[in-house]
Design a protein around this ligand. Sequence first.
Ligand code: CMC
Length: 434
Amino acid sequence: MATAKKSTSKPKKKTLKLELDRYSGNVGPDVVDVQALYKNHGVFTYDPGFMSTASCQSAITYIDGDKGELMYRGYPIEQLAQQSSYLECCYLLLFGELPTTDQLIEFEDTIRNHTLVHEQLMTFYHGFRRDAHPMAILCGVVGALSSFYHDSLDVNDPEHRQLSGYRIIAKMPTLVAMAYKYSIGQAFVYPDNGLTYSGNFLKMMFAVPAEPYEVNPVVEKAMDRIFILHADHEQNASTSTVRLAGSSGANPFACIAAGVASLWGPAHGGANEAVLDMLAEIGSVENIPDYIEKVKDKLNPTRLMGFGHRVYKNFDPRATIMRETCHEVLSELGVNDPMLDIAMELERIALEDDYFVSRKLYPNVDFYSGIILRAIGIPTNMFTCIFALSRTVGWISHWIEMLGEEQQKIGRPRQLYTGAKHRDFVPLSERKKK
Ligand code: CMC
C-alpha cells in the first residue's frame, strides 16, 4: 500500500514589514491584530501549535505562565481551592461573579435536578465491550446526550444554552461513574441528591446496592479540590476544540464530546494516566537514574510524564496545591505507596538536574493528581474521565461565551501549502509506480 509522501520542500523565506494595530487586554501580553492581513497584503500568518496566537477574546480564565499564576474570573486558584467548592467555582466560571448564598443554593438545587440520565442511555453502555477504555465510552455517551435532550439544542437561544450547560455539568459525574461500574461488571448506582457534588460522585463510583456507603470527608474534599483545579485552563487544546466545534453551530453535547476526545491524548488530559504508567514502568527508586538518562537522550522519545507545560514556565500553581492535598489524603487513608516514593524522588532529581531546570520543566498538576486518585481507589484508566468531568464547566463556559459574542464567526484556520502544484489526471492504465 502506498503512503502519502511527506513534503520535503522547505518554504522559501522572504521579509515583509508592516504596521499593525496592537490591543491591550486587562492583564497579559498585548495582541497584534492580523485579521485584515490577507485582505490588505495577501499573506496569512503562520504559527503551528498556536505558540503566539490569541484565537479569541475571553474574560474567563487568566494564566501568567512565567509567574505561575492562574485565576478564574480574577480570583487566584489558591484562594478558590482553599475557600470555595467546585459548584461555587462552576457558578463563577459560568456567570462571572461569585454567587450570594441564595444564588448558590438555587444553583446547587438546579444541578441536583439534572443528575439523573435517561434510562434508555443505559443501553448504550451495554453496547461497549467491558474492557473498553472509559474515555472511549465517555466520548460516545456524551455525544449521545444530543439524541435525548432536543428541548435545549437551539444554540441561538441563550436559555437553551444555559439549560444544556446545567444538564451536562450535572450528568457528567453520573456518566463517568457508570463507565466505571460497567467496566467492573457492577450495577449502576443512581445519584444521591442529598450529597454534595463530589460526595455523590464518590458514592456512584464506590457504593454497591447491597451495602450502605459513607463518604469519607477528607476524600470528598480532595475530590472537590481536584475538580476545582481542573475546572478551566483558558484556551488549551480541548477548550479550543470545543470552541472550534461550537463555531460551526454544532449542538453543545456534540461539542463537549469533541472536547473529551481532544483531552484524551497523553500530551493533554491523558498525562495523569501516563504518569502512573511511567511510575509502574520505573518500578523502584533505584531505577530512576537510568530512566532519567533515557528521558534526557535526544534520540529517545521518552518524556517524564507529569513534567513540563506549554504555558507554565515556572511551577504550576495547581501542582503546589495538589502536592499538599496528596499528602493529606495519603496520611488520612494510611496509604504507604511505593509509587509515591518514586514520585518524590523523581520530583527531587528533576528540580535539581540541569536538563529540567534549564528547560523550566516543573511537575504539573497531573503529576500529583494521579497519585491521589490511585490512593482513593480510582483505577488509572479512569483518571482522564475525571479530568473531563471537572473540565466540562470550563468547556461549557467558553462555548457559552463564544456563542454570546455579537459577531461570531466559524473558526477556519489557513495553511502554508507544501503539497504538489497543479497537475493533470493520469488514467490508471498509464500510471507508473513512483
Ligand atoms: N520530559 C522531558 N523533556 C521534556 C518534557 C518532559 N516531560 N517536556 C518538554 N521537554 C523538553 C523537550 O524535549 C524540549 O527539549 P529541547 O529544547 O532540547 O528539544 C523542551 O523541553 C521543550 O519542549 P516542547 O515539546 O517544545 O514543549 P511544549 O511546550 O511544546 O510541550 C508539554 C509541553 C506539556 C506537551 C510537554 O512538556 C510534555 O510532553 N510533557 C509531558 C506530558 C504532560 O505531563 N502533559 C500534561 C500537561 S498539564 C495538563 C494539561 O494542561 O493538559
